[in-house]
Design a protein around this ligand. Structure first.
Ligand SMILES: [Zn+2]
Length: 426
């Protein structure tokens, strides 16, 4: 597959001075006007528009008007495809990769190989149609985020938690110590706080007390950061009652817990199959006790239907906001869209709901509803096009043939050949 307008790859320098910084949104796009013609456009909020022109100036969408022009008056003629806002993945680990020995190298490596692998993960994710990701759990995310924001590397916008808080009961720290840790992450440049409030998928209960959870989520709120909580079973209700922003995974939460989340407006980010399939497929690469054991791998097979049953049940809870997050680890970067297929095929999620979860709903959960996740005037010009209609055939999400982020086109291929814009402006 060939791609247009690749930016030069530059080695990520991990370990540079960290400055608090918000994601810079597309400030480097040329200020010229671009017209995109679409015959079918999903607006990211649940509407389908037919025959429209999307006008872009610099990094922003300035209008979405009915009346698709003929191909000759559009810079990008995307008629015959399905156009939608760039997807958002609410949970990835962008720096996780397999090392030179083929084994899971985890996060935060600073070797040249690890840095290139992280840059490659970002590029693959962007080419797969994901223009923004929330990456949780590594300080190495910060330098990658900033390099992408400065257009030094092609990749999705990254929001990151920097270092996570690993729940270890009393040892995790006093409420005051935890508040200080939250402030330290903000000072290091974190966009949000990630915390582990329970053990793994198959074992363990709550690993943070109510007092600790309250301290973390309250301090984060006070300094303007969201909180993303890894939680199973009893930790789900605890995170909800502590007023945290988002629950990850959630397996084992009761009907009442899910209703409480809906009532309090806490987001749920479950996974529907890709994550566990990836672990199973790459078992020999991940196997490393004490976290990845033979025992935990044996349990994973049964956990796939358990997660799917959980998501099916969660989707029935009125008002519960279900996000799209894949938990992309090594082996998953660039395959983030596969979980859409699981959600629709295995969990009965409506295709439109699946698309909206990765567009406007995820944008809302990031506090960026007015900037990304919708095709609307004033929003970032993040557009992707699929060869096929995901509302009729969800596997169309595998066929991303066009990717624009902040007004810059990173991919424009049809049938494997480079598409030349119908009209190239000077
Ligand atoms: Zn994760």
């Amino acid at each position: 597959m060939r791609s247009a307008k690749l930016l030069p790859l530059i080695l990520v320098t991990v370990g540079a001075v960290m400055m608090p910084q918000k994601p810079a949104f597309g400030s480097h796009a040329p200020a010229k006007r671009i017209v995109v013609a679409a015959s079918t456009l999903l607006d990211g909020k649940g509407r389908v528009l037919h025959g429209v022109r999307v006008v872009i100036q610099g990094a922003k969408i300035i209008s979405v008007k009915p009346g698709a022009p003929d191909g000759a008056s559009a810079d990008y003629d995307l008629r015959g495809l399905t156009v939608l806002p760039g997807w958002i993945d609410a949970h990835v680990h962008i720096t996780w990769s397999f090392g030179t020995d083929g084994k899971n190298a985890g996060q935060g490596g600073t070797t040249p190989e690890a840095s290139y692998a992280a840059a490659s993960n970002a590029y693959q994710t962007l080419l797969a149609g994901f223009t923004t990701v929330q990456s949780v759990g590594s300080l190495a995310d910060i330098t990658l985020r900033d390099a992408i924001a400065k257009d030094q590397l092609p990749g999705p916008r990254i929001l990151t938690s920097a270092e996570p808080i690993m729940g270890r009961g009393e040892q995790t720290g006093t409420p005051e110590e935890l508040r200080a840790f939250v402030r330290k992450q903000k000072a290091a440049g974190a966009d949000l706080i990630k915390l582990f409030a329970s053990g793994g998928m198959t074992r363990g209960t709550k690993t943070l007390s109510e007092e600790q959870l309250d301290a973390i989520c309250d301090e984060a709120k006070k300094i303007g950061l969201r909180t993303l909580v890894h939680a199973f079973r009893d930790a789900v209700a605890a995170a909800t009652l502590a007023g945290c922003t988002e629950v990850e995974h959630g397996l084992g939460a009761s009907e009442d817990d899910l209703k409480l989340m809906a009532e309090k407006g806490i987001y749920l980010d479950p996974q529907a199959g890709l994550l566990l399939e990836n672990y199973i497929e790459n078992k020999t690469r991940f196997l490393a006790p004490p976290y990845y054991t033979e025992e935990s791998f044996a349990a994973m097979k049964d956990l796939i239907p358990a997660h799917q049953e959980f998501l099916t049940r969660a989707a029935q809870v009125p008002g519960l906001k279900i996000l799209y997050g894949t938990d992309a680890v090594a082996g998953m970067h660039g395959r983030n869209a596969e979980d859409f297929i699981h959600r629709v095929r295995d969990c009965g999620i409506e295709p439109m709901a699946a698309m909206v979860s990765a567009n406007s709903l995820n944008a809302e959960s990031l506090g960026l509803a007015d900037q990304i996740g919708a095709v609307a005037p004033g929003h970032e010009a993040d557009l992707i096009a699929l060869d096929g209609d995901p509302l009729k055939d969800i596997t169309a999400v595998r066929r991303v043939v066009f990717v624009m982020k902040g007004g810059i086109v990173y991919k424009d291929v049809v049938g494997g050949a480079l598409r030349i814009p119908a009209k190239v402006q000077p």
